[in-house]
Design a binder for this molecule. Structure first.
Ligand code: ADP
Length: 619
């Protein structure tokens, strides 16, 4: 049966109210009873006492009349006596009308008959009076007085009876009052206790399911959806419990759906990862590998079991890469140096991989881990090598005829020629010079790429190299009114580098900066140490480099569109990158079009000599 909670609460309060009303009614009834018994005392017994007292007064008056007659004044005696007699009979009649006690009627009847005797004696006494006072007195004393006393006695008996009754009634009333008080207190206390028990029971009944609901809600909030509450009743709380069950059921459905969806997503992702030709490795916030695809397993040369759940360092054994991974995770952004490369020896073959770290972030920017992307570039490297070999051979083959050509043009220049001839020879000389420098640069580049140029690393003071490079360019700088500002931050540790090659890199960067800096401007050269590396930067206020060209300026022959007219072969930065790479350093550019460019390269410090796999960073 469905009783609404509101009705139940009201019923509980009504029951309490009923108890209070009950106590009130009881006390009220007792009061009425008390009042009634007190009234009966007054109205019944008091009237009898009043009547009896009236009778006694009448008797006294009759006695006084008789005594006055004996004293000689018998004139008014009969009148007075008769009047008192009338009074007596009236009081007696009232008494008889008000018989309330057992024996009272008999006593009244006795008094009446005795009064008749007294009246008879009085009549005899009246008749004797004219015949002498002595006989009359004697008759009065011996016959009249005893008869009157007998009446008085009976009448007093009536008074005593009623007084006794009054006293008894008063005692009863007082007892009843005491009893009523006790009863009222008892019933009041019972009502109070009953009401309190009722309230406690009712509130328990109402709040118990609410408390259970609260506990279950907490469990649900903590993620336990296997809870169930049987609706305790069909009232509002029962309905709430029913809704709670429905909600938990629905949540469970959603969770199951979600789990199924996640499993499907995961399967899909795994399938995609498996078919992707590039290696992908995901690493969690504790730097443990959480997933890996076949291509990545091939790259690290291990089985799945040796990779999943292992620490990154255990899998890759590359401190420098781990440093980059840590930075990516902590900063929540990919490293500034972008894509890097690593090589491994596998079955006697050298494999080359390009890799990049990408943070995995939640919507609110929290880093959950990092993805390592690895691309096998061994084939490209091989092609590169073949190309380099070709370029090297070609440029080498070009060198001899070019030298002869240059010599020939020089000799031509010494001949007496007309104006036109001289112009043509000057142009030929300019172009052969340019060609020669390009071929030499090409040869340099291919030699460095092929590892044919040996580096002789030694502890090198990079700051000093900066100044040397600036000095070498002092002439052209003065022509353009460009100032070189060398800024060295703190004590720069010695770099482990080939000073001649690094000077070449610096000369290249300073030359470019000088070329692109506005006339009268400034080129800032900086060096500082940190993270086991020396950082060198060359900064100008020139036109800057568009974002899409920034990664390409290091490619051979690449020139930013519209800048071709500034001269140069487009090989300078390519040579610089190869030299820095040969030192296991990194080189990159930071630039905003219109706001100048900043080229940065890193070199290992002399102390970090034994460290493997170096790379650069920009902090
Ligand atoms: P080049 O010998 O033509 O200067 P580089 O390899 O040194 O060749 O440079 C490649 C290209 O990069 C240049 O043609 C130019 O477009 C761009 N570049 C290099 N340095 C700067 C710079 N400081 N400011 C703007 N652009 C630059």
């Amino acid at each position: 049966m469905r009783i609404p909670l509101r009705v139940r609460v009201l019923a509980g309060q009504a029951a309490n109210l009923a108890l209070v009303v009950l106590v009130w009614v009881g006390a009220f009834l007792l009061l009425i009873e008390l009042g009634r018994s007190a009234q009966s005392i007054l109205s019944e017994n008091y009237r009898s006492i009043e009547a009896a007292t009236g009778m006694l007064r009448a008797l006294a008056r009759q006695d006084a009349a008789q005594l006055a007659a004996l004293g000689g004044s018998s004139a008014g005696m009969e009148d007075e006596f008769t009047q008192a007699e009338t009074d007596f009979l009236q009081w007696l009649a009232r008494e008889k009308d008000n018989i309330t006690l057992p024996g009272e009627e008999a006593a009244a009847a006795d008094a009446e008959s005795l009064y008749a005797v007294y009246l008879a004696r009085h009549r005899a006494f009246s008749r004797m009076l004219p015949f002498g006072a002595v006989a009359a007195r004697s008759f009065y004393e011996t016959r009249v007085v005893p008869a009157r006393q007998a009446v008085e006695e009976r009448t007093e008996q009536l008074i005593d009876m009623n007084r006794g009754q009054m006293y008894g009634a008063s005692r009863r009333t007082s007892r009843m009052a005491t009893r009523s008080l006790a009863l009222t207190i008892l019933v009041g206390v019972l009502a109070l206790v009953g009401g309190a028990l009722l309230s406690v029971w009712l509130s328990r009944r109402i709040t118990a399911p609410v408390r259970r609901l609260t506990a279950l809600t907490r469990e649900v909030a903590e993620g336990n959806l296997d809870v169930y509450i049987t609706p305790p009743s069909r009232d509002e709380i029962g309905q709430l419990a029913g809704s709670f069950d429905a909600m938990v059921k629905r949540l469970k459905q959603y969770r199951d759906m979600d789990v199924a969806r996640l499993v499907a997503e995961r399967t899909r992702a795994d399938a995609i990862l498996a078919v992707i030709g590039d290696g992908i490795l995901t690493i969690d916030a504790d730097y443990r590998v959480t997933s890996v695809n076949a291509a990545a397993l091939a790259a690290v040369g291990r089985g799945r079991d040796e990779v999943i759940g292992r620490h990154f360092l255990e899998v890759m054994r590359d401190e420098a890469m781990f440093e980059q991974l840590k930075r990516t995770h902590e900063r929540g952004e990919a490293p500034a140096e972008g894509e890097q490369e690593f090589s491994v020896e596998r079955d006697g073959r050298k494999l080359h991989f390009r890799y990049a770290f990408t943070p995995i972030r939640t919507g609110d920017g929290q880093s959950l881990g990092v993805v390592l992307f690895m691309q096998d570039i061994s084939k490209f490297r091989e092609l590169d090598r073949l190309k380099t070999e070709f370029v090297m051979t070609a440029s080498h083959e070009l060198k001899t005829p070019l030298t002869s050509l240059t010599m020939a043009v020089r000799l031509l220049d010494e001949l007496p020629l007309d104006e036109r001839g001289r112009e043509l020879v000057a142009t030929a000389r300019e172009e052969t010079d340019r060609l020669k420098s390009t071929v030499y640069e090409l040869l340099d580049l291919s030699k460095i790429e092929a590892g044919r140029i040996e580096m002789h690393p030694e502890p090198t003071d990079v700051a000093m190299l900066c100044e040397q490079a600036a000095e070498a360019l002092a002439g052209p700088a003065a022509d353009k009114r460009v100032r070189f500002a060398c800024a060295v931050e703190g004590a720069v540790p010695a770099a482990l580098a080939d000073p001649d090659k690094v000077l070449l890199v610096l000369a290249n960067l300073l030359g470019n900066a000088l070329r692109y800096a506005p006339a009268g401007g400034e080129v800032r050269v900086g060096a500082r140490g940190g993270h086991g590396r020396v950082y060198v930067s060359v900064e100008d206020d020139g036109p800057g480099i568009p974002l899409d060209a920034q990664s390409r300026v290091f490619e051979p022959f690449y020139r930013v569109e519209g800048e071709e007219h500034r001269g140069g072969s487009g090989l300078g930065l390519a040579i610089a990158r190869e030299i820095i790479r040969a030192h296991r350093g990194a080189i990159w550019v930071e630039s905003e079009p219109g706001r100048g460019s900043r080229f940065i390269f890193t070199l290992p410090t002399a102390r970090a000599k034994n460290k493997e796999g170096d790379d650069g960073t920009a902090d």
